[in-house]
Design a protein around this ligand. Structure first.
Ligand code: SF4
Length: 744
């Protein structure tokens, strides 16, 4: 591997300590003073240090948080011993404490008055009003007339409390969350192929692979610490990036396959065909551990190299070479994220990668796997415990035995548990638009920025009788529309656990007091249970750590069983613990192994313990370029300093210096020349759904005929179009047709 100048080596604790009072350096990740990030305090100021998992992305880096005599955080550094980040953190991690100090934090509940203005209220007034209005709506229009939309950012215990309170306590039928915008495709793909939502890998696999294939993932900036794990690989691996854009990751890779947008399904079917034709199939693995291989082999037969070349714009020989590497390298790993998930046919695309891993036996062994990389810090916690489309703990609402088990653990009547699945996010919004859902509760998310086809979302929201928003800030686009605003504590102001991309459960700790009257989400749910009149049902949910004990019991017998984890202290002394870790789990030295992957025994979570080949004919793009809208707009992450809608990262002066302040559109030099555009010129970008103004950024990283706008700017989803994958119902954020005109 090429040596990465930014990340030369892992620091030890002694070198970090030396830096505490040392000069600034130019090293972004390892040096505490870099770019002014996370200036460490002088040792004398530090009375104690605790640890907490970072509250931004799904990598799950651990931070050491340094406390003063009062137990308040004064600064932080990256944990050197944690098996995820090994002493590294990205700019967001270093700046984790800054958003807590923002002057515009929500400090008191707000109620919209008769004049339409939000005015301060007490918690009793706000929660009493919420309970009154939601109950009235449900009495008049039935339980399906209310819903909630959640997040990927709150703690596992908070997800479970929210889901249990809303469905079992308050009687909601419908609730969904940000997994739908992010990982729902991976969930649907894994469930159908493996029998359970089960990313199989451990981060050590980045270092132990001979050939890493990244599809629709700009790992360098989206998951920079995972990229550092790739850079530590000593096996001289092929690093192949499949992406229409020449992203930062594509530039750093050994090979970039710049495909036409959404030609990937055809491409990977052709690769599978070539693997089969060349005899590179792991016949023993396929025969012993999979179903439907013969049908899959027959299905891919029409997907010739020439056909894939025509669709993807790659040469037939480069596709053949990709197949050869997949078929012949000893350890091959497949990694994907939003370029796959956020697609109108994302589930089948994720499964096309799973199929290749199964075909070549690249699963359950070091350096292998079909591996989805999660977005939000606790997306994996949401997937298991948000009680939205799955019943708590990965159970099924539609299974009587599952409902009985969950009711037994929680000590509630079985009839309290709905027998039907919730509507998905887009269906909830459609029901809002149709006037069927009249009251909506939005928790820790800003969908007026993040959800697809923004103008349509705005119109729907206006139809609600009651909108409740619970968030750290009262001034997000969504919170400003709220009838009732509930001020929430943020990361660093509460305890709990997160689950990262590799299934590792780790703790977050309260290291600051929330401002004003803001409360931890857990405490808001407790107070609301009281106001709804179901406080007794949740009498055992006294604090996050007690709730964790309930969740352990819910996990028993599931693939995610973590009943062998004693408590938070056990998680902290073990460097986090990956699920599964059942009560009967044993290890030779009595410690939990730091790195574990799934399926080493070839047994999957399906009824017959065999994985399935899943496949389907590719479908045309929902919206292709035309004379009026001649460009394909691609969207994605901008920089490692920005996080999603910028609600928190925009609060940091340091982070704001590391990305362009105003919205920009990347345009290929050839297209720019035709339009007489130079970098910095103002442009009008328009789709059938809306328009925005953006500065041109002329470059070679997007191909001719394509444009790119980063998702972090609030205007971008005026342009996108609400098409969803039929299996995961995840929106097709990545592509739509637009026009671009210079503004003179
Ligand atoms: Fe936090 Fe993700 Fe950055 Fe790690 S890579 S410090 S988890 S934002």
């Amino acid at each position: 591997m090429k040596k990465d100048p930014l990340f030369p080596k892992r620091p030890d604790k002694a070198s970090l300590l030396r830096e505490w009072t040392g000069p600034l350096t130019n090293d972004l990740v390892q040096q505490p003073g870099a770019f002014g990030l996370g200036q460490l305090p002088r040792r004398l100021d530090v009375a104690a240090t605790t640890t907490s998992i970072c509250g931004f992305c799904g990598t799950g880096c651990q931070l050491e948080v340094h406390l003063n005599k009062e137990g308040e955080a004064i600064n932080l550094s990256a944990s050197t011993e944690y098996p995820v980040n090994l002493g590294m953190a990205c700019p967001k991690g270093w700046e984790s404490l800054t958003p807590l100090e923002a002057s515009d934090r929500g400090t008191t509940p707000l109620l919209r008055d008769a004049r339409g203005e939000q005015r301060p209220a007490s918690w009793d007034e706000a929660l009493g009003e919420m309970a009154r209005r939601f109950k009235k709506t449900m009495q008049e229009h039935g339980p399906e007339s209310v819903a909630w939309l959640g997040t990927g950012q709150i703690a596992v215990e908070e997800f479970a409390f929210l889901g249990a309170l809303a469905k079992f306590g308050m009687g909601f039928v419908h609730g969904d969350g940000n997994t739908r915008q992010c990982m729902a495709t991976a969930v649907a793909a894994y469930k159908e192929s493996f029998g359970f939502d089960s990313p199989p890998f451990t981060y050590q696999d980045f270092e132990e692979s001979d050939c890493l294939i990244f599809v629709g993932s700009n790992l360098c900036i989206a998951h920079p610490i995972m990229w550092q794990r790739v850079m530590r690989n000593q096996r001289n691996p092929d690093v192949i990036v499949v992406d229409p854009r020449r992203t930062e990751t594509a530039m750093a890779a050994t090979e970039h396959l710049a495909i036409e947008p959404k030609s990937d399904l055809t491409l990977f079917y052709a690769v599978a065909r070539e693997v089969i034709h060349q005899g590179w199939v792991d016949r023993d693995f396929v025969a012993q551990h999979t179903n439907d291989f013969a049908e899959f082999a027959a299905f891919v037969e029409p997907y010739t190299l020439e056909k894939a070349a025509g669709a993807s714009g790659l040469s037939a020989s480069s596709i053949q070479e990709l197949a050869r590497k997949i078929g012949t390298r000893e350890r091959v790993s497949f990694w994907w994220t939003m370029g796959v998930n956020q697609s109108y046919e994302g589930t089948r695309l994720a499964q096309a990668l799973i199929n290749l891993a199964l075909l070549t036996g690249n699963i359950g062994k070091p350096g292998t796997g079909a591996n989805s990389i999660t977005g939000q810090c606790n997306a994996m916690g949401s997937r298991l415990f948000s009680n939205t489309t799955n019943l708590l703990g990965g159970h099924q609402f539609t299974e009587a035995a599952d409902r009985r088990k969950v009711a037994g653990v929680l000590g509630i009547p079985e009839e309290r548990i709905p027998q039907q699945n919730s509507l998905a996010y887009d269906q909830i919004l459609e029901a809002v638009g149709q006037g069927k859902i009249k009251a909506l509760w939005i928790i820790a998310t800003n969908p007026l920025h993040s959800w697809i086809e923004q103008n349509r979302f705005k119109e729907r929201l206006e139809k609600l009788d009651c909108l409740v928003v619970q968030d750290m800030y009262a001034n997000t686009l969504t919170a400003q529309s709220a009838d009732i605003y509930l001020p929430a504590a943020g990361w660093g102001e509460k305890d709990g656990t997160f689950i990262n991309s590799e299934r590792r459960i780790g703790t977050i700790r309260k290291v600051r007091k929330a401002p004003g009257q803001a409360l931890a989400d857990f405490q808001i749910f407790r107070a609301l249970a009281h106001h709804w009149g179901v406080g007794e049902m949740f009498r055992e949910w006294t604090c996050p750590e007690e709730a964790f004990q309930i969740l352990k019991k819910l996990s028993v017998g599931q693939p995610c069983d973590f009943s062998g984890i004693r408590d938070y202290a056990h998680l902290e002394e073990s460097g986090g613990i990956q699920w599964p870790w059942p009560a009967e789990a044993e290890s030779e030295d009595g410690k939990v192994p730091a790195q574990r992957r799934l399926f080493g025994d070839g047994k999957f979570f399906t009824a017959d313990q065999r994985a399935r080949f899943c496949f389907e004919k590719p479908r045309p793009q929902p919206e292709s370029p035309c004379g009026e809208y001649p460009y394909i707009l691609l969207t994605g992450r901008g920089t490692s300093s920005q996080w999603h809608t910028g609600t928190r990262t925009e609060k940091s002066d340091v982070l704001r210096k590391l990305y362009p302040r105003g919205i920009y559109v990347e345009i290929n030099a050839e297209d720019a020349q035709k339009l007489g555009l130079q970098s910095g010129d103002k442009t009008l970008v328009q789709s059938r759904r809306g328009h925005l103004e953006a500065s041109a950024f002329v470059c070679q990283t997007v191909p001719a005929g394509k444009l790119f706008i980063s998702m972090h700017y609030r205007e971008v989803n005026r342009l996108t179009r609400e098409d969803v994958d039929p299996y995961s119902r995840e929106p097709n954020f990545k592509i739509c047709a637009v026009s671009l005109k210079p503004l003179r």
